[in-house]
Ligand binder design. Structure first.
Ligand SMILES: *[C@@H]1O[C@H](CO)[C@@H](O)[C@H](O)[C@H]1NC(C)=O
Ligand SMILES: *[C@@H]1O[C@H](CO)[C@@H](O)[C@H](O)[C@H]1NC(C)=O
Ligand SMILES: *[C@@H]1O[C@H](CO)[C@@H](O)[C@H](O)[C@H]1NC(C)=O
Ligand SMILES: *[C@@H]1O[C@H](CO)[C@@H](O)[C@H](O)[C@H]1NC(C)=O
Ligand SMILES: *[C@@H]1O[C@H](CO)[C@@H](O)[C@H](O)[C@H]1NC(C)=O
Length: 587
């Protein structure tokens, strides 16, 4: 039995599955081309234009066209798989989205395979939208994804590999009994999508969460199943919050309360806490809450209330959406993927021939405080590091700027540690400053403070007419210091028609007892920054007009009245990741 699901199954469930397997065997095969090789497609498949200063070198992306959400990441028989939302017909979002499929042995270098899921049946003829993979006992990966059906409603469908012995899982077969879930009563047809990876509660039943909303109350619907095919919706959601609108791409997983080791999605014991993440459609941010999962009631109780505003925790305070984690059994860690969309215009995307990248995969774990998560680029990214330059123990007086020379500043990994003197003189923090993004906007890189702004100037011209300033400010609060991290794009490009929003977030550290650190991964048009070893992250898209390729410079700066010390700075040229295509990718 190729699709035997679980050894804990009761026999009626097994019967059902046997019967379903027969149906599956008659299901639609996916090995044929997504859209055939018609004239239209061929004419659109011109390769991207040659002059591409914004094309990334080590971030995951297809050769061209539009991408969005990461889907179904997993590690299976020694191979990492990433599926993603893709429009094979062009650089803008499309009305027939598919699941493209790529594989890797190291999370860095990728091979693009033939597409995994394309619209084919009445249950997904208008798009194969986001979803997840669950690896069932016996190493059997099942995809649950959202189909846009013939009448435009959002339904959940199942697909399985055609050949479980193929570690690349090239061919996928859709379950002929699709859909397995349709919008429940009271839920609008277009408010029901993005199933999570399922988990098995101690009673042996599988649970899965689907994102949605009723009226303006965002929620995580829970379904359960014995056999992974027949799903029953529970009366109450896992968790819901009024006035938060549509919850897209929910993610629900346990984290160890002690240490950085990741755990599989069904692990439930006193050594774990649970994370619920939702991608809020209303403001396009990924928020998460920590809390406790009760498997008897199937309820998630958050440690702190969630409102969907600047008081809540986010994975990343820049451009970072529709993220999804998976448990990497090869390295016992949980890995996070997300989509970073463009900040340029639609016309720019048409001219470039592509839109969207995936962020660098990040390991994610619970901070020692138990109050937030920490993220750090997977260690494999360091294999791309080439030539290194360093600076040590350099005092940065008020208004000083130091160039980090000898590297290619458009493709670099830079880590800097600032050591601060006595902070008694820090400016007072006004408790009315509740929105860090607004604060960064009001106090941008050219507004002098006492401690700060200090940080990095990235993708900068030599004369600083173009620069992206990623910096800190330190304030004295009621009974602790407040550290603010900003990513200021107001002068990031001389080009017009770009979204130059400034981002900001607080960093929960005590700068009095230690250093303030920053790491930035720069890759032509994307900058991913990690403060305090991954406690606060900001991802941005940047499109300099002049500071591209060899014209890009990197500086450390301090524009506060007080000196700070660079205790260490290390920067590495980053080599290009290998992204190759199998012939079948184009189909
Ligand atoms: C399944 O995959 C294995 C490993 O790639 C291969 O040897 C075998 O021929 C495949 N079976 C079928 C039916 O394609
Ligand atoms: C945390 O893990 C370490 C090493 O695995 C162990 O020695 C320690 O006792 C654990 N602490 C708690 C509170 O569980
Ligand atoms: C994509 O980028 C635009 C402009 O920068 C932004 O307004 C929009 O909300 C973004 N969408 C998502 C899903 O992140
Ligand atoms: C530092 O502040 C001065 C005065 O506000 C400003 O002119 C200059 O551009 C700032 N430097 C940087 C690197 O932002
Ligand atoms: C900072 O704000 C000032 C005043 O709004 C603006 O002129 C300037 O372009 C902004 N950015 C930088 C980096 O100076």
């Amino acid at each position: 039995m190729a699709f035997l699901v679980s050894n804990t199954m009761t026999s009626p469930a097994l019967m059902v599955l046997l019967c379903c397997f027969l149906l599956i065997a008659n299901g639609a095969h996916q090995s044929e081309a997504c859209y055939g090789t018609n004239q239209k497609l061929q004419s659109l498949q011109v390769s991207a234009p040659a002059n591409q200063p914004y094309l990334t070198s080590y971030h995951f992306r297809p050769p061209q066209n539009w991408i969005n959400d990461p889907n179904g990441p997993m590690h299976y028989k020694g191979v990492y798989h990433l599926f993603y939302q893709y429009n094979p017909l062009g650089p803008l979002f499309g009305d027939k989205m598919i699941w493209a499929h790529s594989v890797s042995y190291d999370l860095i270098n990728w091979i693009h395979l033939s597409h995994a899921l394309c619209p084919s049946g009445p249950y997904d003829i208008n798009s194969c939208w986001s979803g997840s993979v669950t690896i069932l006992p016996g190493d059997k990966p099942f995809i649950l994804y959202t189909g846009i059906d013939a009448s435009g409603q959002q339904v959940q469908n199942l697909a399985m590999p055609e050949n479980l012995s193929d570690p690349l899982l090239k061919d996928w077969v859709k379950f002929s009994g699709n859909p397995v879930m349709t919008p429940p009563n009271g839920v609008k047809d277009d408010m029901f999508r993005d199933p999570t990876t399922a988990w098995q509660a101690p009673d042996g039943r599988w649970r899965v969460v689907v994102g949605g909303q009723i009226d303006n109350e965002g929620m995580a619907f829970v379904y359960w199943s014995w056999d992974f095919i027949h799903w029953t919706k529970l009366d109450h959601p896992l968790y819901s919050v009024q006035e938060t609108g549509m919850w897209e791409c929910p993610d629900f997983f346990p984290v160890s309360i002690n240490g950085t080791i990741g755990v599989d999605t069904s692990v439930l014991n006193p050594g774990v806490k649970h994370v619920l993440k939702t991608s809020l459609f209303s403001d396009k941010h990924d928020y998460y809450v920590l809390g406790t999962y009760d498997p008897q009631m199937d309820i998630f109780s958050p440690d702190t209330d969630f409102h969907g505003n600047s008081n809540d925790l986010r994975y990343d305070y820049g451009k970072f959406y529709a993220s999804k984690t998976f448990f990497d059994s090869a390295k016992n860690r949980r890995v996070l993927w997300a989509w970073a969309n463009e900040s340029d215009s639609t016309q720019d995307d048409i001219d470039k021939g592509w839109s969207g990248v995936q962020t660098v995969p990040r390991a994610i774990w619970l901070d020692k405080s138990g109050k937030q998560l920490v993220q750090w680029p997977v260690e494999e990214i360091e294999t791309l590091r080439g030539k290194q330059v360093s600076i040590h123990d350099k005092e940065l007086g008020s208004g000083s700027i130091v160039e980090v020379s000898g590297i290619t500043a458009s493709q670099v990994d830079v880590e800097i540690d600032f050591e601060l003197p006595e902070l008694e003189e820090a400016e007072l923090f006004d408790p009315a400053w509740v929105d860090p993004q607004q604060l960064c906007n009001d106090k941008n890189a050219s507004i002098q403070g006492r401690f700060g702004p200090f940080g990095l100037l990235i993708l900068a011209t030599e004369d600083l007419t173009e620069k992206t300033a990623i910096f800190f400010r330190i304030f004295k609060g009621q009974n602790k210091y407040v550290v603010l991290m900003c990513s200021d794009h107001s002068r990031s490009s001389l080009k017009e028609d770009l979204d130059k929003t400034t981002y900001g977030a607080f960093v929960d550290i005590d700068p009095h007892h230690g250093k303030v650190s920053l790491r930035s991964l720069v890759d032509h048009s994307i900058v991913e920054s990690f403060a305090a070893r991954g406690k606060t992250c900001i991802t941005t898209r940047v499109y300099p007009k002049v500071a591209v390729e060899n014209e890009a410079h990197l500086f450390a700066f301090n524009n506060g009245t007080q000196s700070v010390v660079i205790s260490s700075l290390n920067a590495w040229n980053m080599n290009q990741a290998r992204l190759s295509e199998e012939e079948s990718f184009k189909l």
